[in-house]
Write a protein that binds this ligand. Structure first.
Ligand code: PMP
Length: 423
């Protein structure tokens, strides 16, 4: 993602070679009408829509292969296990690791971060230790650390936000010390769109002797990820933000880190030998996967990765940046509208967050909805960001591979209508 974010050339309208019209046909929901108008779906940072290829992979799995995994000696269980473990290998390939044992299935980013906070944090963080976060974090990368700090007496410290919606990274050096155990930061802000320079941050964090957790919920959707070159020690992400189903995501970490960590939850699948008062643990990755997993979800997630690779995953960010540049230009002409986040569209993924002088964010979203345009209004699970910029809520349009310039125009035209009602 970073080479694109630092690309000197501004995104042009045709900067990506995604064949958007053709790939829109893969998403059945996009041909719906909402409130008598063609749907314009601009709530992709909350969750993305799913292509037919993913829907078919999930229903095909249930129709033909469904069984529980690992335990059965029968044909269907073998097929289900192959599909489930094959999906893990697919995620490993996506992340650039050859070891599928380093990929732990979770319900999503939130559970992946909770797993690290609970297991790694419980074993490695004590009173007086420090964890560095930022004011840009989603509550999923904040509250688990608050819970850990309350349990252990550790201290949380924060990288601040600059006025332009980027991290004030000149403050990072001062926050890092021999007390720092972990730095946990988002790759891309869900409420501002800001792309963070994770690679540079990783070097600083490692020089200080700490580990880096990257919240990839918004990052993995927009460009391929190579965890090694990113410099992450833990990488967490969700299938549903990237054309996959809800309820499935993954945690990646290096094998030696995972091997040194205690289990997260107890139950079936995660054990080797169970006795009355003690048990031993299964090998990676199963040590962290108690209970029947989300098999169909894993199959759907693998299909989503195949889909994104097929359409050109590396093109998605460019496409979004072209849409963001167009949206920012159109929105800058709406009177009384204030946008948040970097002014340079090449420093953002496909998110535009804004407020209007006269209309509350929820009123904006309601009026847009009446025109078939789906945006989100609220604090976007980033109350620290809202506090920093002195607003209770923003309206947020977020773009993905299937959005078009024409949809951006419909959205901007509808904001003109909001302005005329409230202005
Ligand atoms: N981090 C960020 C930056 C997010 O945008 C989200 C989802 N909104 C999450 C974490 C949590 O992801 P999930 O709800 O899929 O666990």
């Amino acid at each position: 993602m970073e080479p694109v974010s630092s690309a000197p050339d501004a995104p042009a309208r045709d900067a990506s070679s995604l064949d958007v019209e053709r790939l829109r046909a893969d998403f059945p929901i996009l041909s719906e009408e909402v409130n008598g108008e063609p749907l314009v779906y601009l709530d992709n940072a909350a969750t993305s829509q799913k292509p037919r290829q993913v829907l078919e992979a999930i229903s095909g799995y249930y129709a033909s292969d469904n069984a529980n995994v690992h335990r059965g000696i029968h044909e269907l269980s073998r097929r289900a296990t192959d599909a489930f473990e094959g999906a893990r290998q697919r995620v490993a390939r996506f992340l650039g690791t050859e070891d599928p044992g380093e990929v732990i299935w979770t319900r999503g980013t939130t559970e992946a971060i909770n797993l690290v906070a609970s297991s790694w944090g419980g074993a490695n963080v004590g009173e007086g230790d420090e964890i560095v976060l930022s004011d840009m974090e989603h509550h999923s990368n904040l509250v688990p650390w608050q819970l850990l700090a309350a349990r252990t007496g550790a201290r949380l410290r924060f990288v601040e936000l600059a006025d332009d919606g980027t991290l004030a990274l000149e403050g990072l050096a001062e926050l890092l010390s021999e007390r720092t155990k972990l730095v946990a930061l988002t790759q891309v802000s869900n409420s501002l769109g800001t792309i963070n320079p994770i690679r540079e941050i990783a070097d600083q964090v490692h020089d200080a002797g700490a580990l880096l957790l990257v919240d990839g919920a918004q990052g993995a959707a927009h460009a391929p990820v190579d965890v090694a070159s990113l410099g992450a020690d833990f990488y967490a992400f969700s299938g549903h933000k990237m054309c996959g189903p809800t309820g499935i995501g993954a945690l990646w970490a290096r094998r030696e880190l995972l091997e040194a960590m205690p289990p997260y939850q107890g139950g079936g699948e995660m054990i080797s030998l169970v006795e009355r008062h003690a048990s031993t643990w299964a090998d990676l990755p199963h040590k962290f996967e108690a209970g029947t997993p989300n098999i169909a979800g894993a199959v759907g997630m693998a299909a989503a990765l195949d889909y994104l690779e097929g359409v050109g995953h590396h093109q998605i960010l460019r496409h979004e940046q072209a849409l963001v540049a167009h949206a920012m230009e159109r929105l800058s002409q709406v009177e009384g509208l204030r946008m948040f986040g970097p002014a340079d569209p090449t420093r953002r993924a496909g998110v535009v967050s804004f407020v209007m002088e006269e209309a509350h964010a929820h009123d904006i979203a309601t009026i847009l909805d009446s025109k078939g345009i789906a945006v989100r209004a609220g604090h976007h699970c980033t109350q620290l960001v809202m506090k920093r910029y002195g607003v209770p809520a923003t309206a947020r349009a977020s773009f993905y591979l299937y959005n078009t310039h024409e949809e951006v125009d419909r959205f901007a035209d509808a904001l003109g209508r909001v302005q005329s009602i409230f202005g």
